[in-house]
Design a protein around this ligand. Structure first.
Ligand SMILES: Nc1ncnc2c1ncn2[C@@H]1O[C@H](COP(=O)(O)OP(=O)(O)O)[C@@H](O)[C@H]1O
Length: 340
């Protein structure tokens, strides 16, 4: 049965929202919770889990196994012809983006990191044009920029930031910038894959996680984190249950991310993941009856207006822009042939 494009977009988006909502809860449990009942130096009971590289390794490995299982159960119509170099580069930029944004948390507070990362669609769009050879109309540029401005206005919280110590080394901001640049590069390489060999979501998921697992295996073993992680898991076996939950939500969420990237492109995917954070906060505002300040109302209106406008006017125009770019290219080619 052929599912209409709009319904498919909605199903993928809602699945991403749902899986990453659960993923966030389990991730918080692992990284902010305490394991065991031994008293600690900080006076609190229990040990904290601090093995970020190992945690990402587990996720990438499980995602790889999940994608392999999916492709085993239902073979793709054609072999994946994508250049291996694309996958290796993409896995590296994707990992660097994740590591940089995690490291930034040492210097900037969590709300700042979330607000900073909300700008993701902008580098994805710019590098998509500069490196990924994509073209967009001015309507799409305007809508995506408006969505990002709206989300930032909505999410920014002065109160939480004002209470933090003002040690502005600029390193946290630099890492956030680096992370955004890496997100942009990941999107740009994915655009090239789509244009050259159009792999399916499952094929992309399989290859990218294979490369990520390989890169991270070196990193976790060489840094000594693999050993420490295994000791921690042996001391606190309940961690395995939490990791299994995290891996399941993460693999399902990532499947829909890759289906979205393969079918609708990395820009659409980054808009969905960015608005996901906005909708999560909006839902909690509605559920807990929190009051919005005028700036947040304005931000929310901007997001909705730009999403609707883009839905009706953004898409068809991208095709026109691509066609215009192609005919410009053809014209230049004809001219060259005539002159030679
Ligand atoms: N274009 C993409 N390619 C591969 N994975 C992606 C892409 N976009 C998002 N993801 C995955 O989805 C997760 C959630 O994305 P997102 O909600 O934007 O969070 P973050 O701000 O941490 O990047 C990322 O950690 C990453 O694993």
């Amino acid at each position: 049965m052929k599912i209409p494009e709009n319904s498919r977009f909605l199903v993928y988006s809602l699945s991403i929202f749902f899986c990453y909502f659960l993923f966030g809860i389990v991730q918080e449990k692992i990284t902010r919770g305490r394991y065991g009942d031994e008293p600690n130096e900080d006076g609190k009971v229990g040990e904290r889990f601090t093995y970020v590289l190992a945690l990402v390794w587990v996720q990438c490995f499980c995602n790889f196994v999940f994608a392999k299982g999916m492709l085993w159960a239902k073979k793709a119509k054609k072999e994946d012809q994508t250049h291996t170099g694309y996958y290796a580069v993409c896995a590296l930029t994707y990992l660097l983006a994740m590591i940089a944004s995690n490291m930034a948390l040492r210097w900037v507070p969590y709300p700042t990191q979330v607000v900073g990362k909300s700008a993701k669609p902008i580098p994805v769009m710019i590098l998509g044009v500069l490196i990924g050879r994509k073209s967009y109309t001015w309507i799409r540029y305007a809508c995506v920029t408006t969505i990002v401005i709206g989300v930032v206005l909505f999410m920014y919280k002065e109160s939480q930031i004002a209470h933090l110590p003002k040690e502005t080394t600029g390193l946290g901001e630099l890492l956030l910038f680096l992370s955004l640049a890496m997100d942009g590069l990941t999107g740009a390489v994915q655009e090239r894959m789509r244009a050259s060999s159009a792999p399916t979501g499952q094929q992309m998921m399989l290859a990218m996680n294979l490369w990520s697992t390989i890169i991270l295996s070196f990193a976790t073993v060489l840094s000594g984190e693999a050993k420490e992680f295994l000791h921690f898991a042996t001391r606190h076996p309940e961690l395995w249950g939490h990791l299994a939950m995290l891996a399941l939500c993460g693999a399902l969420g990532q499947l829909f991310i890759f289906l979205m990237v393969a079918k609708f492109g990395p820009l659409a995917c980054s808009v969905v993941t960015t608005t996901r954070k906005f909708f999560t906060v909006l839902c909690s505002v509605v559920l807990f009856g929190n009051v919005l300040i005028p700036r947040q109302w304005f931000g929310a209106i901007l997001v909705f207006a730009a999403l609707f406008f883009d839905m009706f006017y953004g898409k068809g125009n991208d095709k026109k822009a691509a066609a215009a770019k192609k005919s410009e290219g053809d014209l230049a080619e004809d001219k060259k042939k005539l002159l030679s």
